[in-house]
Design a protein around this ligand. Structure first.
Ligand code: ADE
Length: 234
């Protein structure tokens, strides 16, 4: 699978992709990541990438021309394939595990990182397949959001994770938050590991973990609990 990231701040991606699970996936040949600077597609002496919004108001918008040229160049680099064009923006649909799974089935993703107040709507309507937000807060741009999407999608691809940290045991894999975990020592700071985990009784352990997962999901994420179909169990 390939990722093409279109950004005004390419340097932001260097350390994250040099060290994370994404690096491992690149080294294994499971994914490729290209990072392209939208500013390289400007035509004027000042390399202008923003402009005033029609109708006034504070803030600037990304100019359409450099963005569309950068998108065309990304498509050309993968001619014959049809990547999904994702625009990272606080106005997008809320990213979650289900969307990560859908995206992991694509041949490639072009991740367009917004800056300033956003992007000319004509570009969004003509070129963008999916507008995605990573949460109900405003970041200074889509770069951190693009990193989140790349990491969440990459770890779902076959061959990226080893058994020990398999995606199958992640929170959200079965729609619930994960139960609490403990490691040695058995007593730390005067607090003991829950007795059931030391019992060696795997059926009891599994039952305890499921109960914990349900209780935590119910208390912290009622909307996840409802989607899981939990009400009927209470
Ligand atoms: N750009 C700015 N804020 C964002 C958010 N919450 N999600 C995705 N992209 C963004």
């Amino acid at each position: 699978m390939f990722f093409e990231i279109l950004t005004l701040f390419p340097g932001m991606f260097e350390s994250v992709f040099a060290e994370s699970i994404v690096r491992r996936a690149i080294d294994k040949g499971v994914v490729s990541v290209g990072i392209d600077n939208i500013r390289d597609y400007t035509g004027d002496r000042h390399r202008t990438v923003d402009d005033y919004p029609y109708g006034g108001g504070p803030g600037m918008l990304m100019k359409p021309e450099p963005v569309v040229k950068a998108l065309d160049a990304a498509r050309k680099r993968h001619a014959g394939l049809s990547p999904k064009i994702i625009f990272l923006s606080p106005r997008g649909e809320l990213f979650n595990h289900g969307i990560a799974r859908e995206l992991s089935a694509e041949q490639g993703l072009v991740l367009l990182c917004g800056r300033y107040k956003g992007l000319d709507q004509r570009v969004v309507e003509k070129h963008v397949d999916r507008e995605i937000s990573i949460g109900d807060y405003v970041l200074s741009g889509g770069e951190l959001a693009a990193m989140v999407v790349v990491e969440a999608v990459t770890r779902l691809l076959p061959g990226v994770l080893g058994n020990e940290d398999s995606a199958a045991v992640d929170s959200f894999f079965d729609g619930l938050l994960s139960p609490p975990e403990y490691t040695r020592p058995e007593i730390f700071d005067g607090v003991s590991v829950p007795e059931v985990l030391l019992s060696g009784n795997h059926a009891r352990i599994r039952e305890w973990q499921e109960r914990q997962a349900r209780d935590i999901t119910m208390a912290r994420r009622p909307e996840l609990w409802r989607r899981y179909g939990g009400e009927k169990d209470i």
